[in-house]
Write a protein that binds this ligand. Sequence first.
Ligand code: NAP
Length: 244
Amino acid sequence: MILDVTRPEHVRALVERIDSDPHRRPLRALVNNAGISVNAPAEALPLDEWRRLFDVNLFGHIAVTQALLPFLHQSHGRIVNISSVGGKVALPTYGAYAGATFALEAVSDSLRRELAPHGVQVVVVEPGAVRTEMADRGAATANDLAGRMSPEHQQRYGGLVKAIVAHSLAFTRTGLPADKAGAIVAEAATARRPRTRYTIGRDAALLTRLARILPDRMLDRIVAASLRTYVPEEGAPVRLTGRP
Ligand SMILES: NC(=O)c1ccc[n+]([C@@H]2O[C@H](COP(=O)([O-])OP(=O)(O)OC[C@H]3O[C@@H](n4cnc5c(N)ncnc54)[C@H](OP(=O)(O)O)[C@@H]3O)[C@@H](O)[C@H]2O)c1
């Protein structure tokens, strides 16, 4: 069925559909997977775009979770929240995406602790690069938003947005095929004793670990170095660290 997670009437229709199914079996798992990618500097991203991203990537998941929890309580089922390595490390221009994803990580931790005594499990999946439509869609959105930036913002951030878009496209091209990622999501949804978190891809495993142990400034330098090769030669100047 068509389900826009930001539309309460769609979420209600989903509940009715499950409720009224004459062959209904227990609902074992909910996988919150919907997501959009927005790359724009925090200063230049209009507030309604911030809200749109949070509506899909965070509140949409919460809405569907609230709606389906009564079924999951009955079945002692499981919620799998698809997060991201962006829920552990926030690259420049990822303020909105990473903000919603960090929040999803925190909500998932809280929910896991609330629901464990009631027999409902909560699992987080943190993909790194996976070859899906996300990078192309994200690049189109980023370019569109960059085209709407003021001349001052263009001058300040134009080069950074180009570098991030090129980085994201290149990063995704080296990613895992979607079916491999899907197999890990299936494992998270069905394993008898699931872990609290699964990463997808070596990049995600490495980055989530580094984020835990490295000081912020060192992580800043690693992020800046990984973007440097994608900085356009001409056009807007790009400063990737605090140093002149
Ligand atoms: N690909 C990666 O490298 C990567 C890395 C880290 C995390 N992730 C996460 O993985 C999840 C899946 O992304 P993907 O890589 O498969 O990207 P994708 O190919 O762009 O797919 C995104 C999916 O989200 C759906 N969606 C978007 N807005 C929605 C809404 N309002 N209501 C319901 N569904 C909506 C889309 O449906 P339509 O096609 O109908 O628009 C599409 O099925 C996302 O949560 C993303 O943040 C992906």
